[in-house]
Design a protein around this ligand. Structure first.
Ligand SMILES: C[S@@+](CC[C@H](N)C(=O)[O-])C[C@H]1O[C@@H](n2cnc3c(N)ncnc32)[C@H](O)[C@@H]1O
Length: 272
């Protein structure tokens, strides 16, 4: 499957739907989001250690034989875990161009400037970090002997050419996205079965369908947009036709601190 893009001479050429793997040979080229026991290599330390809580983090879902769409794999710990039983995993990441992150447009950090005004220091540093994380993904991909494929594009506009999926995983990604509902709508179009969402739990938000804005002028939270309640997702997913829900709560380790999280598994009728 191909997409059209302009080649060096401006002629339309066919771009493959999936990214070519990066050939990463050394851990020195990588950063890790997840602590990962890499076959034949050893343990790479990351910010998040999901090793003991991965089943809960994935909503207790049985991926056996499923075609899985994963939005935002970072260094792929969940990709390779799901692949142990899934039929196929297709991961979606943002392209490594100027749109590599949905940065909150802080004037005070230069992020409210037009995209044609050059990269800000914040963007340059974070881009380098994300690029090294992509290396981490491909390093693991090779050592796990993975056949997961990666599509680069906005999760808000997923192309139909990706095909139909049984389930989509959106774990710790919607908090970083300008428009979480646009992403859910786009994913729902491709998913015949279930949606799994895992996010930080904020008990102070109560039980209603709340999506609460994180950035303030003072906190400079430029990489994170939202905190959610589970009800926010179950209510909107019902609108999209996913009417059966399971909500669970768990703790996961980030920088050695146990953080409160929740997972929502919402399915179309008679799909789970
Ligand atoms: C916080 S990490 C979560 C990694 C993994 N899903 C997990 O839960 O452990 C967020 C990931 O989502 C990706 N991401 C952020 N915004 C995105 C968007 N709008 N579309 C696709 N991927 C996105 C990031 O590049 C990164 O890989």
């Amino acid at each position: 499957m191909k997409r059209s893009f302009k080649g060096i001479f401006g002629k339309a050429q066919e771009k493959p739907l999936y990214e070519p793997p990066r050939d990463i040979r050394s851990l020195d080229e990588c950063n890790f989001y997840h602590t990962t026991d890499i076959p034949g290599v050893g343990t790479a330390e990351g910010q998040w250690d999901l090793r003991d809580g991965v089943d809960e983090y994935l909503g207790g879902f049985d991926f056996t034989g499923k075609r899985v769409l994963e939005i935002g794999p970072a260094t792929g710990f969940l990709t390779f875990e799901m692949e142990k039983t899934a039929r196929e995993v297709v991961a979606v990441e943002l392209p490594m161009d100027r749109n590599f992150w949905n940065a909150v447009p802080y004037e005070s950090l230069g992020l409210a400037r037009g995209k044609n005004q050059g990269w800000t220091d914040v963007e340059k540093q974070f881009h380098e970090h994300i690029d090294r994380m992509r290396n981490g993904f491909w390093f693991c991909h090779k050592h796990f002997n993975s056949s997961a494929r990666v599509y680069h594009g906005s999760a808000e506009e997923l192309p139909e050419s990706l095909g139909e999926f049984d389930v989509v995983l959106l774990a710790s990604i919607l908090l970083h996205s300008r428009s979480p509902v646009a992403i859910l709508e786009s994913c729902a179009r491709l998913v015949s079965g279930s949606v799994i969402i895992t996010e930080l739990f904020h008990p102070h938000l109560g039980e209603g369908p709340v999506c609460s804005l994180v950035p303030t002028a003072d906190n400079r939270a430029w990489d994170t947009w939202w905190g959610f309640t589970p009800r926010f997702f179950t209510q909107f997913l019902e609108v999209l036709g996913f009417t059966e829900h399971r909500v669970s709560f768990h703790k996961q380790l980030a920088d050695n601190d146990p953080l409160d999280m929740f997972s929502v598994v919402s399915s179309r009728p008679e799909n789970e």
